[in-house]
Design a protein around this ligand. Structure first.
Ligand code: C6P
Length: 431
């Protein structure tokens, strides 16, 4: 199989469904986020949703309702409020299943975050299936969460990591895929969207190619599920991981989706209460899916909050959110690229999602973020937990502005003004 980047459609294998007539009513949406009211002078310009999104009132309300009205443990109590808690927790699982088109809700495992979901697969599936001499194929643009667990697995088993390289333009060098996928490849671990470059990878084509050599595929969807529609059955991936806190949900809850036969064959990750069928002195048998992978009391309010976030995003529409982000991204790309001495990393808009990463010549990104903070603009600066990618581009850090449904074009102007201010400040200091 040979994939040419220019022929690869953008989302899944479909063109982006961008309908300008479905633009978001941003001022109305912003009223859903109480944090904006708490910071009105200067107004909060939050351009760090790739790190963690803001939380709408409906999510906070859903969690409050749990604590105020039916606070109790789940799957245990034979009394009304515990049954209510169990019902709400399981309803949240169903909502998440529908959101990514999982065939069954039992294929949705609640974890703490993307990182834990990936580690679950690395320890449970990985230890049972990876042997010395096997290969795990990753990319140079992975977040550490989708790299370090595979390094640890390789160290435990004697397997080898191989890498799909990234071009100067920030896309995967997919012409190498043919040579990298062999009968030794047992797993392909790939990010759907780079948290640094914004690159949208053609995960469906990569999955098809990986399956041709009988490799399994895990997709890190931390930066895709919050921003555009995902269909796990269409992609046909074996596992998919994402976090609640990047999609208007609370912190402390994440998702692992897996194909049923794989999840059924896999041994438990953590042992303890809730995940067993019966326990004797020396051995135990385990519960059915999904309970087998949910040892101990989970984040109940968090799962319920995530269910509310799924409802919220679904009501607004992922297509509309994506179109809105593209509009902001295009504007930001255009005006920021006019700044002298700026380096923008990653592909052009329409081939990327809503994170824009850059450096301004002669100014450390931490200083840049400091000046922007003084202007009320929150951006992230650092290595973004993607040090191999930083090394690929010969930098130790970058600044990153990332956008979501509540951002406005005027906020990009404030970012632009802040960057010019930083430039003036640091040029003056150097004189
Ligand atoms: N990226 C960022 O600022 P957790 O922390 O487990 O919820 O998510 C980890 C993770 C995994 N994969 C990707 C692609 C990610 O972007 C992240 C989180 C944040 O870019 C925090 S480092």
């Amino acid at each position: 199989m040979h994939l040419e980047q220019s022929k690869i459609p953008v989302i899944g294998e479909k063109p982006m469904n961008i309908d300008p007539y479905r633009s978001l009513k941003v001022e109305t949406i912003r009223k859903d986020f109480p944090i904006f009211e708490a910071h009105d002078n200067p107004p909060l310009i939050y351009l760090d949703s790739a790190a963690s999104s803001l939380t709408p009132l409906c999510v906070i309300d859903a969690m409050d309702k749990y604590y105020l009205n039916y606070r109790s443990n789940i799957h245990r109590g034979i009394y009304q409020i515990s049954e209510e808690a169990t019902a709400q927790y399981e309803e949240a699982r169903k909502k998440v299943a529908r959101f990514i088109n999982s065939r069954r809700s039992s294929q949705i495992i609640f974890t703490r975050n993307t990182t834990e979901s990936i580690n679950l697969v690395a320890y449970s599936w990985g230890d049972a299936n990876i042997r010395e001499g096997d290969e795990i194929l990753v990319t140079v643009m992975e977040h550490h969460s989708n790299l370090v667990p595979w390094q640890l697995l390789a160290q435990r088993t004697g397997a080898k990591l191989r890498f799909i390289e990234v071009t100067d333009d920030g896309v995967l060098q997919l012409e190498d895929l043919d040579g990298l996928l062999t009968e030794r490849t047992k797993l392909v671990a790939i990010t759907h969207v780079s948290n640094v470059l914004g690159t949208i990878n053609p995960v469906q084509s990569i999955t098809t190619a990986a399956h041709q050599v009988n490799a399994k595929v895990i997709i890190d969807a931390a930066q895709s599920v919050p921003h555009f529609p995902i269909d796990v059955q269409q992609i046909d991936c074996d596992f998919l991981a994402f976090s609640g806190h990047k999609m208007c949900g609370p912190t402390g809850v994440g998702i692992l989706y897996g194909k049923r036969d794989l999840l059924e064959q896999m041994p438990p990750f953590l042992g303890g209460g809730s995940m067993i069928r019966s326990v004797e002195r020396e051995r135990s048998t385990y519960a059915e899916l999904p309970a087998k992978f949910e040892a101990g009391t989970p984040g109940i309010a968090e799962a319920i909050g995530l269910g509310a976030a799924v409802d919220y995003l679904t009501d607004i529409g992922l297509d509309a959110i994506q179109a809105h982000e593209q509009e902001i991204l295009e504007y930001a790309y255009q005006i920021l690229s006019e700044i002298d001495g700026i380096t923008l990393y990653g592909p052009k808009p329409r081939q990327r999602a809503g994170a824009l990463t850059f450096n301004l010549s002669g100014i450390h990104p931490h200083d840049l973020a400091g000046v922007l903070d003084g202007e009320g603009v929150a951006v992230r600066a650092g290595h973004h937990c993607a040090q191999p990618l930083m090394q690929r581009y010969g930098v130790i850090a970058t600044a990153r502005a990332s956008f979501y449904l509540y951002n406005k074009l005027e906020e990009v102007d404030r970012l632009y003004d802040g960057l010019l201010k930083a430039q003036k400040l640091f040029t003056r200091r150097r004189r």
